[in-house]
Unconditional design. Sequence first.
Lengths: 303, 303
Amino acid sequence: MSAESRFLTLLRLLAYHPAAQGLQDDVALLPVGNARLVLTSDTMVEGIHHLPTDPPAAVGWKLAAVNLSDLAAKGARPLGCLLNYALSGDDAWDAAFLEGLGEALERHAMPLLGGDTVRMPADAPRSYSLTAIGEAQSSVPSRTGARAGDRLYVTGPMGDAGVGLELLRADPAAAGPLVEAYRRPRPRLAEGALLAPHVSAMMDVSDGLLLDASRLAAASGLAAVIDHIPLSSALEAARGASTAVQLAAARAGDDYELLFALPPSQKPPVRAIPVGRLQEGRGLTLLIDGAVMPLPDRLGWEH
Amino acid sequence: MSAESRFLTLLRLLAYHPAAQGLQDDVALLPVGNARLVLTSDTMVEGIHHLPTDPPAAVGWKLAAVNLSDLAAKGARPLGCLLNYALSGDDAWDAAFLEGLGEALERHAMPLLGGDTVRMPADAPRSYSLTAIGEAQSSVPSRTGARAGDRLYVTGPMGDAGVGLELLRADPAAAGPLVEAYRRPRPRLAEGALLAPHVSAMMDVSDGLLLDASRLAAASGLAAVIDHIPLSSALEAARGASTAVQLAAARAGDDYELLFALPPSQKPPVRAIPVGRLQEGRGLTLLIDGAVMPLPDRLGWEH
């Protein structure tokens, strides 16, 4: 059991309020007056969640995007956010971070409402948290509502961000659509809002399709079958579409597309790519080009 | 201009939504449906906001208390909070932190709803953020509403936490009521709720009476006169009540009592100690034992 798992076990003892949902979901759901709040918070640490060489504007964008993606998975409307920022000791870096953060917030109509700015001791790694507050619309999809027979879809191709990260590790000056996918993920707020009233379950794919699909299936008490791993033309151009490339794309994190389940009779109300289905049982089955694959030891990015 | 001031200037450009209140207050005020949310977030960093030798349970308690104190100053009811926690690499430390945090949350009926737990690179200082969500009751006091002639009060003595910190710096094993005041401040939620409908302005005293009173006066476009610095019997027993001791108590941070303004005709509805008044003009006048004092270069703790 990792230190994080042990800590989460203790944390769950404190988080017994129903709004916390047992810390099993990415968000808390809190009724206030006649509204329902969707609450989420993500921390990013230099060297853990992003490369030290990532441009500060991209880091700021990404911090906003990962939080907005959690709201998107609930079909929630962004209301506002609070930023906790540790000054890096480099004014230009901090200013560029804010520029990227502001750009993402502006683009998605998410007002910055407050937070806290602190100094850190010299040589401490940069770190930042954003807490996002959204308002639930008519329906709030969970991970737990899928039914046997439901089809699984994603709102876009898998693995672009993962290959973008590989390209940057090899060459910090790398550029192009795959690097952009890693640095500037686009939270699927519009898609999430359109999907929320229809899906039986939904979540964002932050840790890889295989891991997140198996989480959705487990939360719904079902087994997942993944039989298609959609690749972008940019990824195919860079890496081809071999079994190894497809497998890597299915395990790569940071895509921030939405993964959702729909009854087979229903067509997705947004552009979406079928990736598999849910059935009675438990666990995950992976088919690549029709052949059942042995599952890798690590299904995705556990952080 | 410090790095923090420069950063805050840029941050204000992003925080133009009315709920952000220009980042001039400790909280954001966000209407949602028929409710009004009070939002606040505080980060604590080891070595900056607390001593590395502070017991982890006290650090956890304090992180909860400083956020609850911001809600208290608005007379708000706690609804829930989110924790951003960087694992320290020391399971026992992390568990004790959660125990202290949980104790403070439980005591003040503040549910823990979610957050994010991350690993940090080795040797990084510990850091933690809490974001608190409260619901405004009938009235929400600001810093800006005081009028000339109003009397200024605090809900308790000043300087205990400051002397507690001094004692701990001299001897990490120090104990007693002053050390407790530093380690386990009590957010004045009950007092804040009773005061909110009556006061013309209110805030918590986190950075010292002189600095916070001058902020309240400036926000209200007035001058502050401080003519009494209330000391606890524990502080007098430890340090006496000389002019120097009173001055130090008026500049010490971390007290987390409420500072509020009331018209002279009105009696405070809670136990409170008069400390001065507001008048036309600007700036701060300090009297100790009836004599006007030259103001110190630093009025309090700017962090």
